[in-house]
Structure formats: C-alpha cells, structure tokens
Design a protein around this ligand. Sequence first.
Ligand SMILES: NC(=O)C1=CN([C@@H]2O[C@H](COP(=O)(O)OP(=O)(O)OC[C@H]3O[C@@H](n4cnc5c(N)ncnc54)[C@H](O)[C@@H]3O)[C@@H](O)[C@H]2O)C=CC1
Ligand SMILES: O=C(O)[C@@H]1CCC=N1
Length: 276
Amino acid sequence: MPSNAQLAFIGGGNMARSLIGGLLADGYPSDQIRIAEPNAERRDMLASELGIVPSASNTDAATDAAAVILAVKPPIVRSVAEELSGLIHKQQSLTISVAAGVRMQDIERWLGEGVAVVRTMPNTPSLVRSGATALLANAQVNKAQQDLAESLMRAVGQTLWLDVEEDMDIVTATSGSGPAYFFLLMEALEDAAAEQGLDRERARLLVLETATGAARMALESEDSPGQLRQRVTSPGGTTESALNVLNDHDFHTAIGKAVKAAADRAEELGNLLGEQ
Ligand SMILES: NC(=O)C1=CN([C@@H]2O[C@H](COP(=O)(O)OP(=O)(O)OC[C@H]3O[C@@H](n4cnc5c(N)ncnc54)[C@H](O)[C@@H]3O)[C@@H](O)[C@H]2O)C=CC1
Ligand SMILES: O=C(O)[C@@H]1CCC=N1
C-alpha cells in the first residue's frame, strides 16, 4: 500500500490496536500512523505496545490524514464525525468507519454532504494479518481512495467489497463477531479435555493446533467443510459419538440463532442511531 498515506485512528481500542498491529507487522511506517485516544491509561499501553504515542485530541490526530479511521463504539461515531467534519472537508480526507451497525447515510449526514466514506467490517485477527474485512464505498470515493481503503485492509488480511449495504449486518454477525465463536469453541474444548484429565498446557496446545489445522485444511481444500467433517467421522467411531451429542443439543441451530441475534443487534443499533 502507499506508505506515504497518513492514517489517523480515532479511538485506540481493541479493533484499532488489531489493525495498527497488523499494519506495523506488514511494514507500514509507524510515523505515518496517528492515534487519538481519550483514556490516559490506554494511551500509555498503546505507546508501549505499538511504539506510537497517541494523542488525547481527535483533531490533532486527524490533521493532515489521508484517511481518518473511526474506531469508536457505535454510539460515539456521531459526536466524533461531527467534531471532525470541518477538518475532513478541508483536507478532503477519506473517512473509514469500522463501526458495527452504523449506516452510511448516517455517517454522511453527521459528516456533512460530499465526504468520501468507506464503511468496513474488519475483525481482530487483523492483528496477525489474518483478518477478513468487508468494505462498502459511497459515491464520493474516488479510485485512489478506494485503493487506499483496499490496501489498508489487504495489508492485514483478506478483503471483499459488498454490493449492498444490507449485507454488512450479516457480515458483522459472521466475520466481525465470528472470532468470538471460534474462541468460545476453543475454550470449551480445552475445558473438556482438562475435565477429562489432560493437563491444561497440553490441552491448549492440542486445541490450538487442531483449530489452526482445520482452518488451514478447509482453506486449502477444494472440498467443503461438511465433506472434510465427514472424512473425520468414521462410522461407529469416536467422532460420530461426539457429533451425535452436538446434534442432540441442536448445535447447528444454536449457531444459526446466534448469528441471527448478532445481525439483528447490528440492525437495531443502526435503527437506534439513525433516529438520532
Ligand atoms: N472488537 C472487535 O472485534 C470489532 C469491533 N468493531 C467496531 O470497532 C469499533 C470499536 O470497537 P472496539 O475497539 O471493540 O471498542 P473499544 O471500546 O475497545 O475501543 C473504543 C475506543 O474508543 C475510545 N473513545 C471513546 N470515546 C472517544 C472519543 N470521543 N474520541 C476518540 N476515542 C474515543 C475509547 O477510550 C476506546 O479506547 C466499534 O464501533 C465496533 O463496532 C468492528 C469489528 C470488530
Ligand atoms: O461486538 C461488537 O459489537 C463488535 C462488532 C463486531 C465484533 N465486535
């Protein structure tokens, strides 16, 4: 990506830290990244972890930025957008939102007409450059800005552009929140192995290697996850016994309901904030 593009992260929380960590690991120069973070303790932590000293001022961080990344919680996006609107207009910066649920039309309304906005949904594995990000651009985004957003997110993982904004809530429920579902499965599997008598250290190693191996195999295989699962499941064997229990507990249905709840919450956040 163009390493001369000045990036300003507004909000230095979990998602910003993952994106910045991934960018630095990809070789992005740290002097081209600014962070605004109101919490002093958090600023100290980011400075020691990332080697970038954050500012307490959003406008200081955003000054001269080619891209301003709004990485605050959804209810805070409006105040930050309104605060930075004048500066963003003056500099013609690209605004990139990572906020769940917050709709393009509202970001545009808060920033004022004519601002180039890319709405994105990244995820925290961006920290290790294994992120998955969906992007959506408004009509004001020019080719160079689209390339900038694409290369920023591509530096930390895979990207895909959406055709319709409605898909963003499903993406949020799938890949935005998705790492938590896999971490929960890892926790549960580790606990189960420990309860059966395996020491924690060995249990964790086996669980993490199994998760990595399964993901890598599914990524590299022509076969679907369902076909790969069947190949682990010998008739009358151990896996079948385990999967029968998961089926008895409606595992598949539970995941479906969980993802729907997340997508519904994203829509609800969008509705709530859109009314403001
Ligand atoms: N955590 C995740 O896995 C993902 C989060 N997101 C989105 O990223 C955004 C941030 O989420 P997290 O990083 O998880 O939250 P977080 O709470 O860890 O980070 C938000 C940061 O913004 C700071 N902040 C609060 N008010 C501010 C203001 N007025 N100006 C500047 N900074 C301010 C807070 O001190 C905090 O450090 C949210 O909109 C969320 O929907 C998107 C994808 C994944
Ligand atoms: O839980 C959340 O609301 C954020 C958005 C996707 C992941 N974390």
